[in-house]
Ligand binder design. Structure first.
Ligand SMILES: *Cc1c(COP(=O)(O)O)cnc(C)c1O
Length: 337
């Protein structure tokens, strides 16, 4: 099977399974799990924050961030395409009574900062209170430039907003730029990080921020049912994700580039191929999409298809797999009547 639907499908490594089997554990709700505590401490040091919290998912980490920065009746500014607006079931509004103020993303995934400033509401009883600016990096596989992050951080500071990063794939952004994760994280008051995508942990994300912020998030996590007990079993794999799987992402980026280059050799899709970090997007005539997806699936190749095809590279995709996928796509178009 060549599963390109997402990097969430990665299997845990042998080292992770071993670490999980041997993890020293305690009751994390009492703060007693040494493996969870070590993960959180290492993550805080590595990303440059006072504290960190291990969460069940990226969705939970983002929701905790929104609820910890904002009170009921506050709002956060984010992109129309933001995961924490579009793909998290409206959790901020439903569970946090926090209003999103989405803004159309630029083509590069950034938010136009003049639009952000225009969306900040004055202190007036008619308006929700604007508290937070939330960005995402990578977004649709795209890396936000470091200079842009610095500008956004300054904007937030001058307007009295907090600034959060949905950094589900922050490690991809760091590796793509040859910088440390901390170099990206330094521009934010809080960051969420997925360990269960390209970093291959079976379960878990992290939320990072100040001690005060994390203590608020810990309370919300308990309320939301995210207080886990012998969570060190999961944290053991998560620690390996954070400390041993980051550099390997360069292979995923190289495989994605090779896949894009191969697809570009197909006339029918050449114009619509885009590649960013570990994601390849391709535009195919709409009426062909179901047949293409089905034909590939028959050969054990799984891809995501919405308006565009999305093919995501990860640890369990090899260079040989890429060759096979390109050949299968070429074959599909060659055999079209
Ligand atoms: C996957 C993802 C999340 C959510 O992570 P889950 O662990 O699937 O809940 C949040 N933000 C972005 C940008 C993501 O890609």
């Amino acid at each position: 099977m060549i599963d390109l639907r997402s990097d969430t499908v990665t299997q845990p490594t042998a080292a992770m399974r071993k670490a999980m089997a041997n993890a020293e554990v305690g009751d994390d709700v009492y703060g007693d799990d040494p493996t969870v505590n070590r993960l959180q401490q290492r993550a805080a040091e590595m990303l440059g924050f006072e504290d960190a919290l291990f969460t069940s998912s990226g969705t939970q980490a983002n929701l905790l961030a929104l609820m910890s920065h904002c009170e009921r009746g506050d709002e956060y500014i984010c992109g129309q395409l933001a995961h924490n607006y579009k793909y998290e079931a409206g959790g901020a509004a439903i569970l946090g009574s926090i209003q999103p103020q989405p803004i159309a993303n630029n083509a590069d995934g950034s938010l136009p900062l003049t639009e952000v400033i225009a969306a900040i509401k004055p202190d007036d009883i008619h308006f929700a209170r604007t508290k937070l600016l939330s960005l995402e990096n990578t977004i649709g596989g795209k890396v936000l430039p470091q200079a842009y992050l610095a500008e956004a951080q300054q904007l937030a500071f001058y307007h009295g907003l907090k600034i959060h990063l949905d950094g589900a794939r922050i490690a991809n952004a760091a590796v793509a730029q040859g910088i440390r994760i901390a170099d990206i994280a330094q521009h934010f008051d809080s960051v969420s990080v997925c360990l269960s995508k390209g970093l291959c942990a079976p379960v878990g994300s992290l939320l990072l921020g100040s001690e005060h912020f994390i203590s608020r998030a810990r309370r919300w996590r308990k309320m939301l049912g995210g207080g886990m007990r012998q969570a060190g079993i999961l944290a053991a794999a998560a620690e390996i994700a954070l400390t041993q799987q980051v550099e390997r992402l360069a292979d995923d980026h190289a495989n994605a580039a090779a896949l894009a280059a191969g697809l570009t050799e197909i006339d029918e899709i050449a114009a619509g191929v885009e590649v960013h970090t570990n994601m390849v997007f391709a535009t195919v005539a709409e009426e062909l999409v179901p047949l293409l997806v089905e034909t590939l699936a028959e050969q054990g190749i799984l891809i995501s298809a919405a308006k565009r095809l999305r093919l995501v590279t990860h640890k369990d995709i090899s260079a040989a797999d890429i060759t096979r996928v390109v050949a299968a796509c070429k074959d599909f178009f060659a055999k079209l009547p």
